[in-house]
Design a binder for this molecule. Structure first.
Ligand code: ADP
Ligand code: MG
Ligand code: MG
Length: 884
């Protein structure tokens, strides 16, 4: 294979082979922009090197050839004694990994050529400063000498001179320092700093290859989901000098403001300096427009070039440039990173300028960015956090600390903002979480119960803040340094950064969230206008409908304001908790029909009212109500506590109720409740429960119709594994609805369908569709049952290892596993639709709001996704992006 490409031989499309930096340098060269000449060694050569530990056959010869061409073009030879050519050897992978891998500047300087550089530049200090920098940079990155040896020698030299900065060292000092640096190289490595320029080049190239595997590069790749096996390209580029006096300098620039997206160039310039000095912050930089006064011609050229780059890339570009004695050189460009706000403004502005069309503008923004714009945030602070945990659910929450769900509910209802602090949360904490502004736990990660539920609720959450000791009994937690925070103390939880602070930090609301709740953008508000135009286009384009998971009238109303066109999942379990739990307890334990009827009579009106109010909020739109799903024992008292109560009652000579209850709890106890008596199994075991719900639904529908409403109810049966289970419930629904219709004289329409959340349901979907009018994929349970692991337990145990070992790059509970779970979904959609062409197919569960998963659901041909109300705008945007 060909391993080396001259800059003039490549272009933008070759980024896989030439890396991002190389492809962009090539593109600029081809555009005729002033790039110092050079060539790129391919990522393929790097991969060969990493696989074998040796440079591949033929590479050296190719490098020689291209080097000679470069020397001819420059009219100077690498490292020649008079007026040497020097080169930069620069890393550059497919995906930008800024500063993560090695770059060595000034290759070609030797004891001989340093004088030649001095004569050529007319600047002896520059030559010796460059040489000592080369020995230092080469010594650390290529030869692996501890940086501290050089740093110490530099400190000594400055101290001896009484100098405060590098500029205090004169030519002689730098000459001596270079000698000292070379001694360090000899002492530490047992060999001399190489005096053969070509050998320097070869060593620098292999060292850049090898820097692919440094720890920091690995950590960066893991965080950014960059594959491990790409390798880096190496760019060899003629050096240009920004440090040749006042008519030289170096800078970085953006073609628009990367923080806000505002139009107009933006950048920094540092006169008489090399690029690395800008990053090192040695001197204060000047704003870019000052270049217009200092170097009007270079400035004018730079403005032309920036416009040309935007025209070519049709996007925000960032660039590195150097001015050498008034002449402008382009050292780098790429499509620039930007904030979420800037992404929206820039995409919309480019569309308005006609550089891209509306579909492309939509592709340029992401749901994750929109999500970030919707969360309120803390104003900047320099306070030290009490602790830092996993940023599990973004937002900025301030409130008084509480340590149990009941207190959160009580104080929340009183109107106090509270933060629920737990070691970890469980389903019983749900009510408390609903009433809290934020949730803080000391255990668990991004897919722990607390994190998943908080994201679903749109609650701010930091979890796994392991330095905290939470003592719920004593109602306090303690930080690593012994600070005690007691119940009622106010803290601030930053779900975007994972930091937790004492006291209340000022919060800035998100105007974007306000906009989605109905506020129209003001004339001058460019961000909101951009969001508005882009989301409008997404709505026009998307084929997926977006519904919401909402269990309360308040959530339903909010979801509707945010653009949901129905409820895809109305859970009913919380309707049986709290005060109503005792009614359910009575129902389950009822000794005879009479006792059961009494319990039912008490529950029915409550449940009917729940549904009526939700139908009211969602009038005219579908509402999918899921019949009771969780394991029975969740409605019964805690076994341990009950055992204790029974023991006490017995000691007091009291017999009866608690003991019956304990027997029932014992009877219903399951080792593995997730795979036990739940969902439709519960419905078949205790038909009265589903009867109650079916009747409440039917009565709510008829009540709405009688007052002129348009309820569209869909009754959803959970955890079906076999068509027969659904048939039993469907027959039951027919009877109950017919009864209610007769009693009320109203014609009640409804659809019945099922969750597809067991592999067996997916592979027998054709049979199930004979009875089901709709499918809704419960991807949380389906993921658990396909993989055979429990979402609530994996986080702290083997998931971190699996992520580290690359078994998955992202948790299958966060982003749908296409290969496994996705395949079952495809089978079920196909076979379900074959059996019933008008089958409606949707998805509820966490994945319904996840950008990557939404794309899959679009491709799999689903009709809708359903997600938490807060995620609805994100899902609308992503559904639009999937369609363009
Ligand atoms: P990174 O990817 O970490 O930014 P670069 O390869 O861009 O690394 O190089 C780092 C710095 O070295 C750049 O900011 C630039 O100023 C300087 N540099 C790179 N190539 C040259 C060159 N040919 N001439 C002068 N300076 C250069
Ligand atoms: Mg750079
Ligand atoms: Mg489920």
């Amino acid at each position: 294979p060909k391993y080396v490409y001259d800059f003039a031989e490549g272009d933008l499309s070759m980024a896989d082979l030439l890396g991002g930096k190389g492809a962009n340098l090539a593109e600029m060269t081809v555009m005729g922009l002033p790039v110092p000449p050079g060539f790129t060694i391919t990522t393929e050569a790097c991969r060969a090197f990493l696989a074998t530990g040796a440079v591949p056959e033929g590479l050296d010869g190719e490098v020689d050839e291209h080097l000679h061409a470069l020397e001819r073009a420059m009219g100077r030879k690498l490292g020649q004694a008079d007026g040497p050519l020097l080169v930069a050897v620069r890393s550059g992978a497919r995906f930008s990994m800024p500063g993560m891998m090695d770059t060595v500047l000034d290759i070609g300087l030797t004891d001989d050529s340093v004088a030649g550089l001095a004569a050529w530049a007319g600047d002896e200090r520059l030559a010796w400063d460059s040489y000592r920098r080369l020995v230092q940079m080469f010594g650390t990155t290529v030869l692996g000498v501890e940086a501290e040896y050089f740093a110490a020698a530099l400190r000594d030299a400055k101290r001896a001179k009484g100098a405060t900065g590098d500029l205090g060292l004169d030519t002689d000092d730098l000459r001596v320092l270079t000698a000292t640096f070379k001694d360090i190289v000899r002492d530490r490595t047992g060999r001399d700093f190489p005096q053969d320029p070509r050998a320097q080049l070869g060593m620098a190239i292999t060292s850049v290859f090898a820097s692919w595997h440094t720890d920091r590069a690995r950590i960066y790749r893991r965080a950014e989901h960059i594959p491990e096996d790409l390798g880096t390209a190496v760019n060899v580029c003629a050096m240009v000098f920004g440090n040749l006096g006042d008519d030289s300098g170096t800078g970085v620039a953006f073609t628009r403001d990367p923080a806000t997206g505002a139009p107009g160039v933006y950048g920094d310039y540092l006169p008489d300096a090399q690029g690395e000095d800008v990053v090192a912050g040695i001197r204060n930089t000047l704003p870019l427009h000052r270049l217009a006064d200092l170097q009007p011609r270079a400035h004018e050229r730079l403005m032309e070039i920036m416009a040309a780059l935007e025209g070519r890339y049709r996007d925000l570009c960032d660039i590195e440039f150097t001015v050498e004695r008034g002449k402008l050189w382009m050292l780098q460009t790429r499509v620039g990173k930007r904030t979420a706000a800037a992404a929206f403004r820039i995409a919309d502005a480019l569309r308005e300028e006609g550089l891209i069309d509306a579909d492309e503008a939509l592709r340029r923004v992401t749901g994750a960015q929109l999500g970030r714009l919707m969360f309120p945030r803390f104003a900047d602070t320099d306070r030290t956090p009490l602790a830092t945990g996993v940023a599990a659910s973004p937002g900025a929450a301030v409130g008084a600390v509480v340590f149990d769900s009941a207190t959160a509910v009580r104080r929340g209802e009183e109107g106090t903002a509270v933060i629920l602090v737990r070691r970890e949360t469980d389903p019983d904490d749900l009510d408390g979480m609903i009433h809290a502004r934020g949730v803080l736990t000391s255990r668990g990660g991004k897919t722990s119960h607390a994190a998943v539920v908080a994201r679903g609720l749109g609650r701010t959450c930091v979890c796994g803040a392991e330095s905290l000791t939470v003592d719920a009994e004593a109602r306090r937690f303690t930080t690593a340094d012994g600070t005690v925070v007691a119940e009622g103390d106010v803290i601030s939880v930053d779900g975007t950064s994972g930091a937790v602070y004492a006291g209340g930090l000022p919060v800035v609301p998100s105007p974007v969230a306000d906009y989605f709740e109905g506020r129209r953008p003001a004339e001058g508000d460019e961000l909101l206008r951009a969001v508005d135009r882009i989301i409008t286009h997404a709505d026009r384009r998307r084929r997926l409908e977006v519904r919401a998971n909402a269990d309360t009238p308040e959530d339903a109303a909010r979801a509707r304001r945010l653009g949901a066109t129905g409820i895809g999942l109305c859970r009913t379990e919380h309707m049986f908790l709290g005060d109503r739990r005792v009614l359910v307890e009575r129902l389950i334990l009822a000794a005879d029909d009479n006792a059961r009827a009494v319990a039912l009579a008490a529950l029915l009106p409550l449940q009917r009212n729940d549904f009526t109010r939700i139908f009211e909020e969602m009038d005219g739109l579908p509402v999918t109500i899921r019949l009771l799903d969780p394991p029975l024992h969740e409605f019964l008292p805690d076994r341990v506590g009950l055992t204790a109560r029974v023991a006490v009652a017995k000691a007091l000579g009291d017999t009866g109720a608690p003991e019956d209850l304990l027997r029932a709890v014992d009877r219903l106890h399951e080792r593995n409740p997730m795979l036990g008596t739940r969902g439709v199994r519960l419905g078949l075991l205790i038909p009265e429960l589903y009867d109650l719900q079916l009747r409440a639904i039917a009565e709510a529908v008829s009540a709405r119709i009688l007052v002129g409403g348009r309820p569209h109810v869909e009754i959803m049966v959970p955890l079906v594994g076999d068509a027969r289970e659904l048939e039993v419930v469907a027959a039951q629904a027919r009877r109950t609805v017919a009864d209610v219709a007769r009693e009320s004289g109203v014609d009640i329409r409804y659809r019945i369908g099922t969750m597809i959340e067991l592999p067996r349901a997916a592979v027998t979907a054709g049979r199930i569709a004979a009875t089901a009018g709709f499918f809704s994929f419960g991807t949380n349970d389906l993921t658990q049952t396909v993989w055979g692991f429990s979402r609530d337990d994996v986080e702290g145990s083997f998931f971190p290892t699996y992520l580290a070992k690359g078994v998955f790059t992202v948790s299958p509970f966060e982003t749908l596993d296409r290969e496994g779970v996705g395949r079952l979904i495809e089978i079920a959609v196909r076979e379900g639709r074959d059996a019933r062409p008008d089958l409606t197919v949707g998805v509820c569960g966490e994945h319904g709001g996840d950008p990557a998963s939404i794309r899959f659901f679009h491709e799999a041909g689903l009709d809708y996704v359903s997600c938490s109300p807060f995620r609805v705008p994100v899902a609308r945007l992503e559904a639009g992006r999937a369609a363009v």
